[in-house]
Design a binder for this molecule. Structure first.
Ligand SMILES: Cc1ncc(COP(=O)(O)O)c(C=O)c1O
Length: 391
């Protein structure tokens, strides 16, 4: 992977039309959803044109794109292509885990008490239907507490499901330590990766993750309604199916005899995919992933960290604001949150000035990404200064 090159980022920024629109927009909200780049827009428009004019049958293209995406995403997370399947969002892989992993009545599942609802509701329902017990690990200062986690493990505990990066404060969990604890206690380790995917390097093999799942609508800058999941090789054959699709079977691309009912399941994560693809989304995902391959995730992390550092520098020296994210290097991410007395008013004022971001759990959430640059952060700082000066 090439070195960090600011010029490469400046070039990519030009692919995001909002960065040069006449109306000032500083988009710092990729933790909610990512903006479309010109290549994504073009890929979607071309496919809509093809669907409208129907000049050819493009079903083979669809299979080719899906193959490429499994391969691209496998290399982004350090997995084998056969361990990656295409889903619709983060919940897709969480459901494979919650309803498919070999768990017995009375087994316990642990989740954080400050978790995004995608994990909680999926495992709550699975617990109800499968006779499992869902237990919450109490957080400390709104961050996952490893000591309390270890104390919560009993002889019946079989699974930890956790977000890689917490959505509301950007706290990046220490997946390595969590994985080691899970291994020691013979527990499955399931990771919701959506808030780290695309900004943090990861190697799911080295980390010993059993199931990793992520939507691509946020930091991966793809359309809403697409995602992928990783099922470690050693897990796949032990998972039961809550659903089964004809494309979960291996047709060897021979679709001339559709009355063949004895095709084997795919010997890959693909067996858990669901029917025909949302092709528009796959094409968007495909156009977008090229940006990540070009820049490299290590460089994206470096870029985003520099931007966030600039903001931290300002917030630290203005007593009106207080940072609510952890500043410990190993827990930092591309999300930074801070608060002040008049947060609602501040939020309204930032939006009025064209700074797009959200409030989460009493803090302003800033998500800095590859298309942002220093001038975006300086603009935000300028508006924060202005607001604080009136208080
Ligand atoms: C940590 C986390 N998990 C999951 C989701 C979304 O789940 P899904 O992609 O299934 O809609 C979000 C945000 O929307 C999130 O922040």
């Amino acid at each position: 992977m090439s070195e960090y090159n600011p010029r490469a980022f400046a070039k990519i920024r030009k692919l995001f039309p909002h960065t040069c629109s006449e109306k000032k927009v500083v988009y710092l909200n990729s933790a909610s959803f990512g903006p479309f780049s010109t290549p994504v827009k073009k890929a979607l428009e071309e496919n809509i044109d093809l669907r409208v004019m129907v000049t050819r049958d493009d079903s083979h293209d669809t299979f080719n794109v899906s193959e490429k995406l499994r391969s691209d995403y496998a290399s982004l997370i350090g997995a084998k292509k056969k361990e990656v399947g295409l889903g619709l969002n983060t919940s897709f892989g969480l459901n494979i885990a919650a309803f498919g992993l070999p768990l017995k009545r009375g087994d316990e599942i642990l989740v954080s008490d400050r978790e995004f609802p995608a994990i909680v509701y999926t495992f709550k329902q699975a617990a109800k239907e499968r006779g499992l017990t869902l237990k919450f690990v109490e957080s400390s200062n709104s961050c996952f507490d490893i000591e309390k986690f270890e104390k919560a493990i009993t002889s019946r505990t079989r699974l930890l499901a956790i977000s890689w990066v917490q959505f509301f404060n950007g706290y990046r969990n220490d997946l390595k330590t969590l994985s080691e604890i899970c291994k020691r206690h013979n527990m499955f380790f399931v990771v919701d990766g959506i808030q780290g995917m695309g900004t943090e390097p990861i190697n799911v093999h080295r980390l010993g993750i059993d199931i990793f799942t992520s939507g691509c609508q946020k930091w991966m800058l793809s359309p809403q309604g697409c995602g992928f999941f990783y099922l470690a090789d050693h897990i796949r054959d032990h998972l039961s199916h809550s659903w089964m699709s004809w494309l979960g079977c291996d047709w060897k691309m021979q679709f001339s005899d559709l009355f063949r009912y004895d095709n084997p399941l795919h010997d890959s994560a693909r067996r858990f995919e669901m029917g025909y693809y949302v092709i528009l989304n796959l094409l968007g995902m495909n156009a977008s992933v090229e940006i990540f391959k070009e820049l490299g995730i290590r460089n994206i992390k470096k870029h985003n960290t520099m931007l966030i550092n600039e903001l931290i520098g300002y917030l630290k020296q203005n007593s009106y604001y207080s940072i609510t994210s952890s500043l410990t290097a190993k827990h930092r991410s591309s999300i930074l949150t801070f608060t002040c007395n008049d947060i609602e008013e501040l939020h309204r004022s930032l939006l009025k000035h064209g700074v797009v971001l959200v409030q989460r759990e009493g803090s302003i959430r800033v998500s800095a990404h590859l298309f942002n640059n220093r001038s975006d952060i300086l603009y935000l700082i300028d508006k924060l200064k202005l607001f604080a000066s009136k208080k």
